[in-house]
Design a binder for this molecule. Sequence first.
Ligand code: XMP
Length: 312
Amino acid sequence: MFKPDKFVSEKIEELREKIKGRAIIACSGGVDSTTAAVLVHRAIGDNLLAVFVDTGFMRKNEKERISQLFSKMELNYRIVDASEEFIDVLKGVEDPERKRKIIGAKFIEVFEREAQNFGARYLVQGTIAPDWIESGGGLRDTIKSHHNVGGLPERMNLELVEPLRDLYKDEVRKVAKYLGLEVYERQPFPGPGLAIRIIGEVTRERLEIVREANAIVEEEVENFYPYEKRPWQYFAVLLPIRSVGVHGDKRVYGYTIAVRMVESVDGMTAAYFKAEHELLDKIAIRLTREIKGVNRVVYDITNKPPATIEWE
Ligand code: XMP
């Protein structure tokens, strides 16, 4: 039986022993990185700098939420707007693995800049067990290059600290809750963000569509179900194919949004969520009514395996 109180006290001790200088963490505001940041902050205080890299691929209103969260946790933090750099390096890139690797590499580059300015010797990451197992570090072949691990260049001369490395998602949630973090109720969100919820090339137009679509799906699911009844993860994916539709008396040629909701314990396997049709109706109506350029909505009914949870 996993005991969060024991884990926290032992980990803080261990971190205090290990970290002999300044440390930096890229904090996305998700459960993993925020929990890692709070743990390390408890061990070394303001010798930790939490950096939020705004890739431009974050969810709607994420930046505002993050600054509130970090202020509240009294973290020493910086928000870096790198959204132009990220969209530039992805121009013309369609392959999911290349996308992930390019994002990972860019992320590390932006981050290294910050690390140098701060004089950091250590890099803290919120890597959890499924991240490195699926990145080829464990028993399985590389399925997807996970952002947290895949882009990490060997040349980086910062020492890696991964306080959550042995934990699965449900254990991280327990730790977060124990630490008093409000984030424990949030659904998981992938490191490369909305860029991997656009199949094919990432463009500004597609990014705004998928951001709005994800916000609508989240809002409708959260209004429809109380917390205990919600699926483990729920989101929208933009498919680059266009199909014919009608809008008023006009023929339109628009994008398709795939809605995905899954049940899972740790993300390693998943079952598609048997959502009520009433909810699906609401989502489909709002997506097509509120987002210009979207005229079709489909619901993903595959399990993992054989599909993965994300589409890329
Ligand atoms: P897949 O799509 O591999 O996703 O079935 C399993 C879980 O991991 C999330 N995910 C990621 N998380 N960095 C992360 O931290 C990533 O690169 C990444 N890719 C996928 C995904 O949202 C799901 O919860």
